[in-house]
Every structure is written in structure tokens, then in C-alpha cells.
Design a protein around this ligand. Structure first.
Ligand code: PAF
Length: 283
């Protein structure tokens, strides 16, 4: 595995594969890797000649500076995991390499309502920051495929909108959420939980499963109330949202016709750690 810190160097290196017609898959990460990330590397390797991963904790997507400061950084372990997974190239830039002109955005990305819904409502500016870094990384890596995890369901939709808005040639591949045996969705943020909090956090996936099992055509409000109640009862100090939403545009669905494809999404905090999860309700 080869490690690059400078964008010009990795671009020059990747150029040779482009010239040879080799297919490149790209897995962007913020490090603190777990089996979910590794499954994205495996997904990339299955359909590409070269797999590139980036590790960059992007300051512009954190609306809360404390959250940015607390984000786990585990570079040596990350590199070990990527090497073992057969990743070919790692990009590990500093902030000024990604944002040579400073972190202030120079573009406003047209991603529609997605920007203000759910995560967008509770993390103002978050998705503009995600677009800013993904745009920059895509410009540097120029992959054939971009592989992202569906745990960040809304992020996948935002990146699809970004690719469309910019007319980029890259193909977005989304991979299923990896879960612990307890059902807890794997997340870098889980490292900040005590074992008791980790146990309590299994309520998120259970609440989503409950919604899926009990969903009937008609009003969805009661299912949402029950989920919020269960999450609070498990010890979460705040529940930003539980939403039963249209799977294609994330608009809340208050009254289900029994046909519309749905997804249930949740964001809640325990011990100051904000977790998200989601579950498609009709597959
Ligand atoms: O999902 C993440 O880890 C980040 O949002 C991403 C896509 C690497 C951009 O910083």
C-alpha cells in the first residue's frame, strides 16, 4: 500500500493507471476505521483494479467545533486495517492540502431540500461541507467509482445530488450498513461510548425494527412517538428526530398509502455522542 500526503503526488501517480485504462474505486473516510469501512474497501476491490482510500477529518462539515475536536483519530490502526484489506493507495492530507485557499467555501452546492431536512436541520452547513470536501477529493482522485456506506443514508443522497449537479462522470456505489451482533450500526463515534452506553444504544436499531414490523397503511405519528419514547427510556438525553420518510426525497410521510417506498431515520445523543441510523421500510 502506498501512502500519499500531497494532492499533486497522488494525482501524478494515479495518472499512470488512467492512461492504462485501469478502473479506480475510491473510499473517502474520516478515519477511526471499523468493519463497515473495510466492507467498502472490499466492495471497491471487487469491481475495480485500483482501490484508493482517503483519511481526512474534514473541518468544514462539523457545525460543532467540540464535535470536531472530539472526533477519534487512530491513523496507525487505520493504516494497518487498510493494508490488511488490500487497499492499494491511501491519501492522508493535511487541512491546507485540501483547502489551499482556506476553508471558507467558494461555491454553494445546489443540493435542494436535502440540505435542510433531518441532518441538514440539526447540523446547519454540514452538507455544504460534505459537498466541499467530496468535490475536492473527487477532483484529486478522479475515480471511476465512489463507494459510500448507506449508514449515512442522507449523505449518500446528497452526494448523488452533487454528482448530478456538477455533471461528474463518477459512479456512486452505496453499500449496506454493517452492524454489531447487537444490531448497533457500526460508527467511528461508537468508540466514544462506554460499554453501558453501547448497550443502551442498541435501542436505535430496535426502535427502527419495531417501526418496520408495526408499519401499516395510515398515520405514522404513533409509531414515531413510540420510538422516541423507547429511545429516551433507554437513557438518550436527546432525540433530534425519528422520521418515517419517502425513501427518495426524505420528506416526512404522515399518512402512508401502503405503496410509497419509505425509510425510517433516527438521530439521538447519549453521553454527548450523537448517533444516527436508518432502515429502509419497504425493500
Ligand atoms: O462519511 C464520512 O466519513 C464523511 O462525511 C466523508 C464522506 C468522508 C466526507 O468527509
Amino acid at each position: 500500500m502506498i501512502l500519499f500526503r500531497r494532492s499533486a503526488d497522488i494525482r501524478a501517480h494515479l495518472q499512470q493507471f488512467d492512461a492504462e485504462g485501469k478502473k479506480t474505486g475510491f473510499v473517502p473516510t474520516m478515519g477511526a476505521l471499523h468493519a463497515g469501512h473495510i466492507s467498502l474497501i472490499e466492495q471497491s476491490r471487487a469491481t475495480n483494479d485500483i482501490t484508493v482510500a482517503s483519511i481526512f477529518v474534514n473541518p468544514t462539515q462539523f457545525n460543532d467545533p467540540k464535535d470536531y475536536a472530539a472526533y477519534p483519530v487512530t491513523i496507525p490502526d487505520d493504516l494497518l486495517q487498510l493494508g490488511n484489506a488490500g487497499c492499494d493507495i491511501v491519501f492522508l492530507p493535511e487541512v491546507n492540502e485540501i483547502y489551499p485557499g482556506g476553508t471558507a467555501p467558494s461555491t454553494r452546492y445546489a443540493i435542494g431540500d436535502m440540505e435542510y431536512l433531518l441532518e441538514g436541520e440539526y447540523r446547519p452547513g454540514h452538507f455544504q461541507g460534505v459537498c466541499q470536501v467530496v468535490h475536492r477529493l473527487l477532483d484529486i482522485i478522479q475515480p471511476d467509482q465512489l463507494i459510500m456506506g448507506r449508514k449515512d443514508y442522507q449523505q449518500c443522497m446528497v452526494v448523488a445530488a452533487l454528482i448530478h449537479a456538477l455533471g461528474l462522470q463518477v459512479q456512486l456505489i452505496t453499500a449496506p450498513t454493517r452492524r454489531e451482533a447487537s444490531g448497533l450500526a457500526m460508527s467511528s463515534r461508537n468508540r466514544r461510548l462506554s460499554s453501558a452506553q453501547k448497550e443502551a444504544a442498541t435501542v436505535l436499531s430496535k426502535a427502527l425494527q419495531q417501526i418496520r414490523q408495526q408499519l401499516q397503511p395510515g398515520p405514522t405519528g404513533l409509531l414515531i412517538q413510540q420510538a422516541v419514547h423507547a429511545i429516551r427510556a433507554a437513557g438518550f438525553e436527546s432525540v433530534d428526530y425519528v422520521s418515517i420518510a419517502d425513501a427518495h426525497n426524505l420528506q416526512p410521510v404522515a399518512d402512508w398509502d401502503g405503496q410509497q417506498p419509505l425509510v425510517a431515520l433516527v438521530a439521538a445523543s447519549i453521553g454527548g455522542v450523537r448517533l444516527i441510523d436508518n432502515l429502509p421500510l419497504s425493500e
